[in-house]
Design a protein around this ligand. Structure first.
Ligand SMILES: Cc1ncc(COP(=O)(O)O)c(C=O)c1O
Length: 1009
């Protein structure tokens, strides 16, 4: 029968509604597989759904559905489901005749308001948990619902899904392979499956049947609709169906399923034996979906609704097949609070009673004590990436360490987050961006090459391979140990290939027998000669390899699969140190550090390492940094680090002795400055630089009045706060001091003056302040401004503004100070210094953040005239300013900018990024303005009335962090995203940034007014 014949027009539906229910409404047809469904609006509000069944609908089943809804209405206080509405004759079911004279059943249900799941964006962990929980509550409620029609023959019931086997011929070979895998697995477990508990379940919790509340930031599932597929079947089928639809179109479906299962279990306790089937049942639901689609394509080629899930279902089927069934099951077990591996407890109990020591593993070494070595992301011992990647250096340091601890074996590493695994085989594209495998699953023992390794227990060799791939891992052996009621495995990595290959699979080794020898450096790995020793409770499906490192987000499953090998040795030194929880760090900060120190992000992150344009947290997660213009030539740039370290090892003292470094730094800086700015003073921070600039201006002019921009920020010292409207006009500020004169923020986008003449008009505001000062019988000392006003919201000075303002100030006898603390050192791309963009030459330039690449180093450059006037006899002494270490660092920073052509990079990448952002703005009109130069860019978010969208800006910054991208915002209304990354930022980085910004801009919170 063709679907087309079922047609009933909305107009006819309205007539039916009036006639049967006395309700006057407007009907519009909804998509549906079997019933004809009409949404009924009364005035503007959705109120009902009118369901007109197909002519062949089973009346008894409609009765069942009605009773089910009445049961939920009566007993399900926590459940929001449609209610059945009686017709004007007091009946729930009405019968009409369609255009062909056939009988149709008509039912009216109340409308459940809210958002349909498929339209909610983003759908994050909490929402998936809430989905599972809601479905669990429903299933729990329905456990007491008995009905004679609850069981029936139904294609969509997974327990009856083997009908699908008849249709495998419709597919290509590789598709059949996937489909039949699940069919066969399901069939092979049918006996145990049929014994699982049953109940009436919804059986079709798909994207269009889930109603989500209105919360845009942390929404919850509010109700489930469409009970047309409800049936009595194995309860776990409902969990599988709920997972199947919700995990489609995600990079990592298993991670999402975990949340749903967790939520479901929180409402209705799932049993271990049920979880054993979940992976296969999800597969089987997908099999039903793709086979139904294939059949429908033949039978109803014009009905697109019947095909909606086909493409995502195939995609998921491909992904699902790649997930190991056992691994998935262990995940589900963990999500429900069971031991991930069922033998975890048994192993631990056995190991606790066992008595092994290191001498059993390495009898020739005669040592039983351990010196534990920390190689985690935050370890200072491992040092810089350039150093730990230097195999010779690592080996050398290890030998030294062994000499320092002659009576101990150097070891460590279980569950240690390491940042050293770099090849792309260690990366995955997770649901929240790229993730690397970082969690080390075994213990490493650093011992000399050729050290023999002996069997701790009787075992069978099940793997003996040369594990040398893109990295040198050397020989790998895995032994299987079978105890009375426990099987486990031990893994020995980085063996000499020759000795490992001597072992044969199937060979039995007795406790105490030698297994193989440690490989010779550098044959076996990048980290000096060592044994990687790991315990496993399962081999999954691995035949010639096994992971030694896991993703952090899967740590709870992996630590169960690979228990701590130290359970055998019980070495105190190898016990895992408890790591300070973030809450403890926050609480200490709150109690003992300045109360007005701020933390970024709703849930702050702990950063322990920097590498180029990335920051790494303590679990090794990489964040792309678009914020830190201080790490100018890249976080922990090795040349800069070395320059500092080397000089620190030699000498650090004040500038009263002769030293080359201070002169070298001066020379390097002068190379970048116009000849007029020829004298330098070195200080330790931007604030100090501006403070000194103020003193110079006052000493030079004999005046004390300063003209500043609204929202300008120049530092944290007393004198700097006095010239920073950002501070004195902000929270806790007391307004402008008597001698500070503020002109309006020269913002040509949303400021007082806009358009072509804005530059001139703002310059007139500067002039007004000069006149103001003069009206008080005083004269201006200085005018200070950044070439792009950073805290003010990346405000580019309008054309002509600076030139005119400088002219007015100079005419009035004042000095012009360019604060280059944020924008200097090539960041703006076209020019090395910001003032050069405006064709002016200041009297004083202050330089800060980038100069030391994170080391406190700043400078003041001035004209000879200013320098001479400042040197009035009073010594300028600065304990740290210009010290040899700081200067060595500064020199290296400036040379690196030159050598690595970073100014040019800023120009190229910055222009590219702006171009891409402008394209993005076409799709997301809340991007009101994109401005800036080089790698100093501002993105201002406004609504259609040009009103600032501060909350949305904050939201975006927070969400981008979840995707591993650090951003910041500022401006008077905090609605400007500021992009000012390390200058090694690449086009690829820009692409990643755009990719994730696009994702977040399309989220509900960003899209709604
Ligand atoms: C434009 C500008 N000037 C001066 C400073 C003060 O520099 P510091 O924090 O190094 O004292 C800052 C700091 O953010 C700044 O942005």
């Amino acid at each position: 029968m063709s679907y087309e014949f079922f047609k009933i027009s909305p107009k006819y539906a309205e007539e039916i509604l009036l006639e049967l229910f006395d309700i006057k409404g407007i009907a519009s047809q909804l998509p549906g597989e079997i019933d004809l469904n009409f949404r009924i609006k009364i005035k503007t509000e959705d109120r009902y759904i009118l369901k007109i069944s197909s002519p062949d609908e089973d009346l008894e089943y409609l009765e069942f559905q009605k009773d089910l809804l009445l049961f939920i209405e009566k007993h399900g206080k926590q459940i929001i489901a449609p209610k059945v509405v009686k017709n004007k004759f007091g009946e729930f079911n009405s019968i009409i005749k369609d255009d062909f004279g056939r009988q149709r059943n008509v039912r009216l249900l109340t409308w459940v308001s809210g958002r349909i799941w498929s339209t909610v964006n983003p759908r994050l962990d909490d929402l998936h948990f809430s989905l599972g929980e809601h479905c669990g509550i429903l299933t729990k409620l329905l456990q007491s619902f008995e009905h004679s029609k609850a069981s029936r023959k139904f294609d969509w019931d997974i327990s009856q899904s083997l009908w699908t086997k008849k249709y495998n011929h419709l597919f290509k070979w590789e598709q059949v392979e996937m489909i039949s895998y699940f069919q066969n697995r399901f069939e092979s477990k049918l006996k145990a499956y049929s014994k699982l508990r049953k109940g009436v379940v919804h059986n079709d919790v798909n994207d269009n049947n889930i109603i989500v509340d209105a919360g845009l930031i942390s929404p919850n599932v509010k109700g489930i609709i469409d009970y047309g597929d409800a049936i009595k079947t194995q309860i776990i089928n409902d969990v599988a169906i709920t997972c199947t639809y919700a995990i489609m179109s995600h990079n990592e479906p298993l991670a999402i399923a975990n949340q749903i299962v967790k939520g479901y279990h929180s409402a209705v306790v799932l049993q271990e034996e049920e979880l054993e089937f979940l992976y296969i049942l999800i597969g089987m639901r997908l099999v039903i979906t793709v086979i139904k689609s294939a059949i429908n394509k033949i039978e109803n080629p014009n009905n697109v609704y019947l095909l909606v899930s086909e493409k995502p279902a195939w995609e998921l089927l491909h992904k699902w097949c790649l997930i190991d069934e056992e691994f998935a099951t262990l995940n589900f077990r963990k999500s429900c609070g069971f031991f991930a591996h069922p033998n975890e407890y048994k192993f631990k109990k056995w190991a606790k009673r066992s008595d092994y020591n290191l001498a059993d593993l390495f009898p020739s070494v005669h040592k039983n004590k351990i010196h534990s070595l920390d190689l985690s992301v935050s370890s200072r011992w491992i040092g810089h990436r350039e150093e730990y990647n230097d195999i010779d250096l690592f080996q050398y340091r290890m030998i030294k360490l062994r000499t320092q601890h002659p009576e101990k074996i150097i070891a460590g590493g279980y569950l240690e987050p390491r940042s050293v695994y770099h090849s792309s085989s260690y990366d995955k594209m997770g649901n929240n961006g790229k993730e690397s495998r970082t969690i080390h699953l075994g213990i490493d023992f650093w011992l000399p090459a050729q050290t023999p390794v002996h069997a701790l227990f009787n075992g069978e060799v099940i793997m003996a391979v040369n594990d040398t791939g893109d990295k040198e891992y050397g020989g790998l052996i895995v032994l299987k140990h079978t105890l009375k009621d426990l099987v486990f495995y031990t893994l020995y990595g980085h063996l000499s290939v020759e000795s490992a290959l001597k072992r044969k699979v199937g060979e039995q080794l007795k406790k105490g027998e030698p297994i193989a020898f440690l490989g010779n450096y550098p044959e076996n790995g990048n980290w000096a000669t060592h044994l990687h020793f790991q315990v496993m409770l399962t081999m999954f499906d691995f035949k010639d390899d096994f992971p030694g490192v896991a993703y952090y987000d899967q740590i709870n499953v992996w630590k169960s699969v690979c228990p701590d090998p130290n359970l055998l040795f019980k070495s105190k030194a190898l016990e895992r140190k408890s790591i300070n929880k973030d809450e403890a760090i926050i609480s200490y900060r709150k109690n003992h550090l300045g109360k007005n120190l701020r933390l970024q992000y709703r849930s702050p992150i702990k950063i322990v390492r920097g590498e180029g344009q990335h920051l790494l947290d303590q679990n090794g997660k990489h964040y792309l940094d678009t914020v830190n213009n201080v790490a100018h030539v890249g976080h922990e740039n090795y040349r800069v680090v070395k320059a500092g370290q080397d000089q620190m090892a030699l000498l650090n003292t004040n500038s009263r002795y002769l030293h080359e470094n201070i002169n070298e730094l001066a020379k390097e800086l002068l190379l970048t400055l116009p000849k007029e700015l020829c004298v330098l003073h070195f200080v330790n921070s931007g604030s100090e630089a501006n403070d000194l600039a103020m003193r110079m201006a006052k000493a030079t002019t004999g005046n004390i009045d300063i003209i500043v921009s609204e929202m300008g920020y120049h530092g944290n010292s007393n004198s700097c706060v006095d010239i920073s409207s950002y501070k004195f006009d902000g929270n806790g500020g007391f307004g402008a001091p008597e001698h500070t004169h503020v002109f309006p923020l020269p913002d040509a986008f949303r400021g007082k003056f806009r358009g072509e003449r804005a530059g001139e008009e703002y310059a007139r505001e500067v002039k007004k302040q000069i006149l103001n000062i003069q009206a008080k019988n005083r004269d201006v000392a200085a005018f200070i401004i950044e070439p792009i006003i950073s805290c003010g919201g990346q405000i580019e000075l309008p054309e002509g503004f600076l030139k005119k303002s400088y002219k007015y100030i100079k005419e009035a006898g004042g000095l012009c100070i360019s604060d280059e603390v944020q924008v200097g050192c090539g960041r703006l791309g076209k020019t090395f210094w910001g003032f050069q963009l405006h064709n002016v030459i200041p009297d004083i330039v202050t330089i800060g953040k980038p100069l030391g690449n994170g080391h406190p180093l700043a400078a003041v450059a001035c004209t000879r005239e200013v320098a001479d006037k400042f040197a009035n006899g009073m010594e300028y002494f600065n304990t740290f300013g210009g010290n040899p270490v700081s200067c060595a660092i500064g020199v290296e920073v400036l040379r690196t900018i030159r050598k690595e052509k970073l100014q040019d990079n800023a120009l190229q990448v910055g222009e590219y990024l702006k171009k891409e952002l402008k394209l993005l703005a076409l799709d997301y009109p809340i991007i009101g303005d994109i401005r800036g130069q080089g790698l100093f860019i501002g993105i201002e978010l406004v609504n259609s009335e040009m009103l600032p969208l501060g909350e949305k800006t904050n939201y975006l910054v927070d969400r981008m962090k979840d995707y591993g991208i650090l951003m910041s915002s500022d401006g008077p209304d905090n609605n400007v995203l500021r992009i000012k990354p390390p200058m090694v930022f690449t086009k690829d980085n820009a692409d990643d940034l755009i990719f994730y910004m696009k994702k977040v801009f399309s989220e509900d919170f960003m899209m709604t007014d």
